[in-house]
Design a protein around this ligand. Structure first.
Ligand code: ACM
Length: 543
């Protein structure tokens, strides 16, 4: 059997096996840490003393750091904090093996002796799930919390709103729940080649109680939920309930792309958004709120008398300036509640940032470097290679996606801290995350297929702060980690390619040749600072 100390993923800083093994079924130590063990490994008796038990205690060290020592007479976790203890327990589960990921097993397990000493290089290690384009059930999100925690990730970014659906209950404005949370049908093929629709309604939303549950469940596993309410663009769904507050209002969109459904940057819209955020923050316990700010079509603002009057009132020069104004106003409201705003990188270009705003950079390395150089904390989320909605190979069996490919090797090559940046620029990088946009990901099984194992590679780059050693990553997946995912019920894409039932076939999910990119083109695109933070033209084909 492969030495499990050699298949740990993400690879810890130091891990070495010694001889023998230790069997435990009891835990002892600091009650808060014992609780972490119970939560992550299952209930097990608390021993009166450390003999023959898993001993857990707090010690000194950097945030999230831990040491795990397993000897024949006992095992000990010394962690700097609860997060570090959680990581140590995740390592213990990886060492116990696949059985540790199955429900209803016996408490504890058999662990080969050895030692792990570890800490993360980056503080923000996340995954983004788009639950607006396709709603994912509460249970899917809870399962994703577990999967992220297993990879020692600590952020779940939920893209909760978009043109195709608003997924947050409002008790104050229940017309949102009625009108904005579902669409009458969904685009069936690729948006650039096939304008057919499936004729089937799609929808769903999380109640505030659901979101409170997800937030608490995540917190118990070391994960902070980062909710995103994406505005002022991507607002078609919200505008079904408040048509007077936007331009381009119509229906909850059925197709994909950049839409003309945009909130007007006026005080009444700011007031509504602040009310909705206040409600959301009764449910989600988080220091961070993502306000979106991406892909905003401002042409509808030009010539709108209400927008023109507001532009004059605040002395702005052009409608584009109002994009920045709108986000700053909401960010200031959030700051008053002790929350920090996060925005996509367009908002950095339009001035939609406060001094402590976190800029989440998706349009490549150059814009990320510019935001870091300007003194903003940056979360790296570049399309290449962190967008996991692209195909994983250029094989025709790959099912319908937006384009691609972005392979496992591409994901492993991600450099969160580019070597060409200056020290101060690199110091601004909080971390990074993968993105699972779900235009072409209609359900959970396909989400698993698209996210794993590429998310394993991204997790490793964020843990170490550097590209992963690809041959080693593949070896660890093949010799140990994929069996853990199997036991956890994760339907990842096998290294050899899709299983027969994961292929696109010849029907609705057939592979699309549209949207092909090469690594070279991705890199060239990302090396340019985008010309503008707003968009002149919608690209959706609804109607
Ligand atoms: C984005 O991909 N529009 C953030």
């Amino acid at each position: 059997m492969t030495d499990p100390y050699r298949t740990l993923l993400p690879a810890p800083r130091r891990a070495a096996r010694t001889g023998g093994e230790f069997t435990f079924d009891r835990v002892h130590g600091d009650p808060a840490l014992v609780e972490v063990v119970h939560r992550l490994l299952g209930p097990m008796p608390v021993a009166a003393g450390p003999e023959d038990a898993l001993l857990v205690r707090l010690g000194d060290g950097a945030p999230e750091s831990y040491r795990l020592r397993v000897q024949e007479g006992g095992a000990e976790i010394v962690a700097a904090d609860l997060a570090g203890a959680g990581h140590a327990v995740q390592i213990l589960k990886q060492l116990i093996g696949p059985a540790a990921y199955r429900a209803g097993g016996r408490p504890g397990g058999v662990v080969p002796c050895g030692e792990v000493i570890d800490e993360p290089a980056l503080a923000w290690r996340g995954g983004m799930l788009d639950v607006a384009r396709h709603f994912m059930t509460k249970h899917t999100l809870l399962r994703y919390v577990d999967l992220l925690a297993q990879h020692r990730m600590n952020r779940l970014h939920l893209h909760l709103t978009d043109d195709q659906g608003w997924r947050v209950e409002s008790r104050r404005h229940p017309e949102i729940n009625e009108l904005a949370t579902h669409r009458r049908e969904t685009m069936a093929g690729h948006r650039r080649s096939d304008f057919t629709f499936d004729g089937t309604p799609h929808g769903g939303y999380y109640t505030l109680d659901d979101l409170a549950e997800i937030s608490a469940y995540a917190a118990g596993r070391g994960i902070t939920v980062v909710p995103e309410i994406d505005l002022p663009g991507h607002a078609s769904a919200l505008l079904t309930a408040f048509p007077e507050l936007g331009t381009g209002a119509g229906e909850v969109l059925r197709g994909w792309g950049i839409s003309a459904g945009v909130l007007k940057p006026v005080p009444a819209a700011v007031k509504l958004v602040c009310e909705l955020l206040d409600e959301l923050l009764t449910a989600i316990d988080t220091p961070y709120v993502h306000l979106g700010g991406d892909e905003c079509v401002t042409t509808g603002w030009t010539g709108d008398p209400e927008v023109a009057a507001h532009l004059a009132a605040i002395g702005a020069r052009q409608p584009g300036d109002l994009h920045g104004w709108f986000l700053r106003e909401i960010g200031t409201h959030l700051a008053g509640r002790g929350k920090r705003m996060v925005v996509w990188d367009e908002a950095f270009q339009t001035g939609g940032v406060l001094p402590d705003t976190i800029v989440m950079c998706w349009r490549g390395d150059a814009i990320a470097r510019q935001a870091a150089a300007a003194g903003h904390d940056v979360v790296r989320a570049p399309e290449y290679p962190t967008y996991l909605n692209f195909d994983q190979s250029d094989r025709p069996e790959e099912p319908l996606s937006i384009g691609g490919p972005i392979t496992l090797q591409d994901a492993a090559s991600f450099a969160p801290l580019p070597a060409t940046w200056t020290g101060p620029e690199r110091a601004r990088v909080l971390g990074g995350q993968f993105q699972a946009w779900t235009e072409y990901i209609p359900e959970e099984r396909h989400l698993d297929y698209m996210v794993f194992p590429r998310a394993c590679a991204i997790a490793e780059t964020l843990w170490s702060g550097a590209p992963a050693d690809y041959p080693s990553l593949v070896e660890r997946l093949r010799d140990g980690h994929l069996a853990r995912l199997d036991a956890a019920g994760c339907e990842y894409r096998p290294l050899e390619g899709p299983r027969p039932w994961q292929e696109g076939g010849a029907g609705r999910r057939a592979h699309s040749p549209v949207g092909r990119m090469t690594r070279q083109r991705w890199l060239e695109k990302g090396a340019q600072v985008p010309g503008s933070g707003v968009v002149d033209e919608a690209t959706t084909h609804d109607g």
